[in-house]
Design a protein around this ligand. Structure first.
Ligand code: ADP
Ligand code: ZN
Ligand code: ZN
Length: 809
């Protein structure tokens, strides 16, 4: 053996040191190249494992091993990662302190790894040199016809060829193959199966966008034109754009035009781009990937669009992935644009010319398991590697992005390998809604006033047994809207019926907690159960039954607090008889419990879009990207759910949620109306969201963060040590804190902890954390890299390293 490969096994162990150096050495056949997915024998038992080839070379890869002891690669799979993706993986592994093999494993969809739905297909072509074996008459006539066909007819399948010819069967074609007149090659393909989301999207195109298309291209507004020009001016180079535009201001139109402009550069005479196959990646939050979104892209770009979403079957996913890989490969494929959720940033497109991250502030871009990457930040890194612009669009940009629109350009000698966020982002704003549409007026309603109001309207001596989550103001507005044939959208960011189960006797004070976690449990109604419901822990998913009485004092139990199910019941009670509001038909609830699959979600949305459902109630799922002109009233049941979180981003989340959901009203001709119920009517996040004043909120909040030394002004990372034995978690965290403190002086790190996490125990594991903040990402990276090299910091089941954490629970 003289040719060797370095293979990084997927889901491998975290190796200390430089990830480019990681991997194990195997003997490599000639057809193996870097980026290829291979299967290799591991350890003494030669257990087979899949991995990615990161380097090919000679004896230098042996690193002291004797060549005779090196095992050969067992199998070569047809999956290959491009060199750029391999580079991206290596950056992610360093930046997010994650084993490189684990990063590779995340980049490839399971269906691609399993090669789900692969079929071998035979293609035929004419032999390049004339064959003069005499043929029987029947075959000779067939061969004559084959020769008369134009070159474009090939390669084709034997069956299709037979159909092109007169009186020739498939078996005659096969005979021509046997005789050497036709050459057969086999190719692995994924069986085409229809994607229902695309079907829905196409159906929507036919009905709704048809008229818009017929009217010709929209004339862009002045602000849209300015934004588009800025993006177009950076095509072919790396640049980060922040497109801040209120909901309905025409951001999506800017994305579409920017992609068009990028594709238009692909003409053969364009000296900037001789490859003629530039492609685009458009990321959207998973939940915002509706037939509506897909249809806007397919209406513009037809079958050049591939959509990656959670509703795909495994073979469809594999098929879409391959279509991306092949589409941009030879220039012969169809796919130029991929629209998808977080992991679509790893789509195997080549020559990416533009990346768009829509709703860039959305927390679903952050993966909450290893590797804990942020899709937006990986998108920025990929754009840098591709040398193309990236657009971060939002009505409520994350403060990370906003702060970068204000920073000075980086110094030329910024260390390599850092996120290019220190560079100045180019800001474009779309300050108003397009056309006649106006942002809706938002009314803040103080829940304390509402309770007083409710008491006033009740007859004296009347005792109300019900807990009202919908106050009189919102209740009136719902009634009026339904009477006026409008649709209503109601937001409550909490699932279940009641999130607090306790003893009715305050002296007893018993509260139902999860046995395995330090949290209270949530009561869910389930009419299929004999008990009528169950209690669940939202962290470890343990299920319990509701005790008949308090286990401590035997008094009755109270189910207290908020939940979408409780609002659902209240709506049916209040509007069922008067407005024919019934659960599951005219009243729909969208949350993680009612929506098991992407398909449930899309079905519910289309029922609302058709007008059949009148009220849509849900968690933040309904706050994103929905555009229904029939919505006249948006109600926020409680703006306080995210405000009380022990997380420095609580205000930012609250602002985003209220502003986003408010943006769902007034999409049609009617301006609509928004009512926000809160116990904190003076809270700046709520007041400013009600005024649709993002800029003031962002600047206010940035000032607060600067004062308290928090992200995005500082960088943060978090290490959580977990163990069933508390002392072990404490010791591990103390050790890491000690090691990190050694860098405090040199790198300007600030280390906080060890301390118990906000949720100190989940699934029987105690959780102790260490938080690190620094002025620059590089400082944190250096400290982590140094510990990693020495094997002192390893991401594993006991240690979760989260760089740029977005949730601090
Ligand atoms: P956003 O993505 O900011 O929410 P959209 O791009 O969805 O905004 O635009 C909102 C609506 O306005 C859409 O129905 C879109 O077709 C329409 N629209 C966008 N730009 C224009 C324009 N320049 N002229 C007319 N209508 C437009
Ligand atoms: Zn639990
Ligand atoms: Zn009790």
């Amino acid at each position: 053996m003289t040719r060797f490969a370095r293979v990084v096994v997927e889901r491998g162990i975290d190796r200390a040191g430089d990830s480019a150096d990681a991997g194990l050495t195997y003997g490599a056949p000639d057809d193996v190249h870097p980026g290829q997915r291979v299967v290799v024998p591991l350890g003494r038992g030669d257990k087979l494992a899949a991995g990615i080839v990161v380097a090919i070379g000679g004896a230098e890869l042996l690193a002291g091993l004797s060549a005779s002891r090196v095992k050969p690669i067992a199998r070569v799979t047809p999956v290959t990662l491009t060199p750029l993706i391999v580079k991206l993986a290596s950056w992610m592994s360093d930046y997010y302190v994650a084993p490189l093999g684990m990063v590779f494993g995340t980049m490839l969809p399971a269906a691609v790894k399993k090669q789900t739905g692969t079929k071998t297909r035979v293609y035929v072509d004419r032999a390049p040199v004339a064959i003069d074996t005499p043929l029987p008459k029947r075959l000779a006539r067939a061969w004559e016809q084959v020769q008369a066909l134009p070159a474009e007819a090939f390669p084709t399948t034997p069956r299709a060829l037979a159909m092109m010819l007169d009186g020739v069967t498939e078996s005659a074609v096969k005979k021509l193959i046997e005789n050497g007149h036709l050459l057969a090659t086999s190719k692995q393909e994924v069986q085409e199966s229809r994607d229902w989301l695309m079907d829905c999207a196409n159906a929507q195109n036919a009905s709704s966008t048809g008229s818009a298309q017929a009217a010709g291209p929209l004339a862009l507004t002045e602000h849209q034109t300015a934004a588009l020009d800025r993006v177009a001016g950076t095509l072919g180079t790396f640049a980060v754009h922040c497109l801040h535009g209120v909901t309905g201001s025409g951001k999506t139109e800017v994305y579409l035009r920017a992609i068009e402009a990028m594709l238009a550069r692909d003409n053969p005479h364009n000296p900037h781009n001789p490859a003629h196959t530039s492609t685009a990646i458009m990321l959207v939050p998973e939940i915002a990937l509706t037939p509506q979104t897909a249809s806007r892209f397919t209406a513009r770009f037809g079958d050049r669009v591939a959509v990656l979403h959670s509703g795909l079957t495994a073979s469809q996913r594999h098929g879409q992935w391959l279509a991306c890989a092949q589409g941009s490969d030879s220039g012969g494929g169809r796919v130029r644009i991929v629209v998808g959720a977080r992991s679509a940033i790893f789509a195997p497109l080549r020559n990416v010319g533009l990346i768009v991250v829509d709703e860039e502030h959305d927390s679903s871009y952050k993966q909450d398991q290893l590797p804990r990457y942020h899709g937006r930040d990986v998108a920025i890194k990929r754009a840098q590697l591709e040398g193309c612009p990236v657009i971060l669009g939002s009505a409520t940009p994350s403060l990370e992005t906003w702060a970068n629109t204000k920073q000075a350009p980086p110094s030329a000698n910024a260390p390599a390998g850092t996120l290019p966020s220190a560079s100045k982002y180019i800001l474009s704003s779309l300050p108003a809604r397009v056309g006649q549409a106006r942002l809706p007026p938002v009314q803040i309603v103080d829940l304390a006033d509402e309770r007083r109001l409710r008491a006033l309207v009740q007859p004296e001596g009347w005792r109300d047994r019900h807990l009202h989550l919908i106050g009189p103001t919102l209740e009136d507005a719902i009634g009026q809207t339904l009477t006026g044939k409008g649709q209503v959208l109601l937001l409550l960011n909490r699932r279940g019926y009641a999130n607090y189960i306790c003893c009715t006797d305050p002296k007893c004070g018993w509260v139902m907690q999860c046995e395995h976690c330090d949290v209270t449990t949530v009561y869910h109604i389930d009419r299929r159960l004999k008990a009528g419901g169950f209690v669940r822990c939202h962290h470890c998913l343990a299920e319990l039954t509701l005790p008949a009485s308090c286990p401590e004092c035997k008094k009755t139990i109270n189910t207290f607090g908020l939940g979408t199910q409780r609002v659902e019941a209240e709506l049916e009670r209040k509007f069922g008889p008067s407005h024919a509001l019934a659960m599951g038909t005219t009243l729909l609830r969208l949350d993680g419990d009612s929506m098991q699959t992407a398909r449930d979600y899309f079905t519910a949305l289309s029922r609302f879009a058709s007008g059949q459902a009148r009220v849509l109630l849900g968690t933040q799922m309904i706050a994103k990207g929905l555009d229904y002109p029939g919505v006249r009233l948006v109600g926020v049941i409680s703006a306080d759910t995210s405000l009380s979180f022990p997380d420095f981003r609580a205000a930012e989340r609250t602002f985003q949620l209220v502003a986003q959901v408010a943006g769902r009203a007034g999409r049609g001709k009617d301006p609509g109306r928004v009512i926000v119920q809160t116990a904190n009517p003076q809270e700046p996040a709520i007041v400013l969201a009600a005024r649709h004043d993002y800029v003031r909120f962002a600047d206010f909040e940035l000032a607060q963060r600067t004062e308290s030394g928090l992200p995005p002004i500082k960088r943060m990372a978090r290490v959580v040590c977990r163990d069933v034995v508390l002392a072990k978690a404490q010791n591990a965290a103390a050790e890491i804190a000690g090691l990190l403190r050694e860098f405090e002086a040199d790198l300007g790190l600030r280390v906080v902890g060890p301390m118990p996490c906000a949720i100190a125990r989940i699934g029987d594991h105690h959780r102790i954390e260490v938080q690190v903040t620094a002025n620059s990402r590089t400082a944190i990276q250096r400290a982590f890299a140094s510990l990693r090299e020495q094997g002192l910091l390893v991401s594993d089941a006991h240690t979760a390293v989260d760089v740029d954490p977005i949730a601090l629970l």
